[in-house]
Ligand binder design. Sequence first.
Ligand SMILES: [Zn+2]
Ligand SMILES: [Zn+2]
Length: 384
Amino acid sequence: MDRIGEPVVVREVPDPTPPAGGVVVRVHATGLCRSDWHAWAGHDDVALPHVPGHELAGVVAEVGTGVERWAVGDRVTVPFVCGCGRCSYCRSGDAQVCPRQQQPGFTHWGSFAELVALHAADTNLVAVPDGVSFAAAASLGCRFATAFRALTGRARLEAGEWLTVVGAGGVGLSAVMIAKALGAHVVAVDRHQVALDAARALGADRVLLADDVPSADRPVDDVASADRPVDDVPSGGRPTEGAPEDGVPADGQPGSDVAARVHELTGGGSHVAVDAVGSERTCVDAVLSLRRRGRHVQVGLLPPVAGHPRVPMDRVIGWELDLLGSHGMAAADYPAMLALIASGALRPQRLIERVVGLDEAAALLPGFDRASPAGMTMIDPLRG
Ligand SMILES: [Zn+2]
Ligand SMILES: [Zn+2]
């Protein structure tokens, strides 16, 4: 990236060198994520020229001074948030909120490349088990691990509870898969039928198609609120007319139609909701879809440049809702997730829709906010 918001090119640049305490990794797989689009669009403070890319897996190619746990040839992945390894947060296992964190592809050059430098290797690298492919491992670093932590570490989703996932892209589909593995019931909401089909294939119990009418005050990536239920109103389900519970829908609130439909489908609202898109509308849809004492997790990014969302805090107070943020997952928390992957209980490789080379990725990036692939796009930098 030479300029914000302009075409991205693939060209030769100098090889990175490992920082003290860090490594250089030869990239075997790296995911194309909407966060990369945010950086391309100028929503993050990146120094130009810039190399994006933050979901990666590969092999350690060079080791810097002071690294104790890693050697050349190790198969590794890394969370998109790399902690400093020295502060109190990192030492207590919460590197995902380290005040001195580094993020490849944002704070320094990332993994849309053959080689990438990573900081504080002993804190941040995660060994990739032999049975897990590089592509599957790369898919963990941002969206899958974020969804995993959002549901387990933050919302503490339990078997038998209802989860509403607003936005069935990479992180949303990850949440569907993880929630089903946890024994929860899932409502997936999206404005693309293909995304809902993917959610259904991963086990979503109910799907809601939101409409797609653009409007001046709404970014095109929003999940719109005027849903058209395309799918199974449960047999013996509730009548569709009338508000399913007092206070729903809330007049004048954006998102009230999706919320009303979720309340119908779930018999009074979901226990946990995730906004996996990141917009005022999807955030409000998610919050209002909750039942009393429900837990909302904000995963989709809401960059301040788009304005702060108007969240219905009256509902948050009156219904004692929990509003939770989730910011990736520290390397220290990976073993539990990797064990579920190794056992086959979780199959992140099913979320990979396509594998492309760097040239094709460069062409895809500028339009990635409105692309609707049913799953993740993975880049193989060694591919032509
Ligand atoms: Zn730290
Ligand atoms: Zn990402």
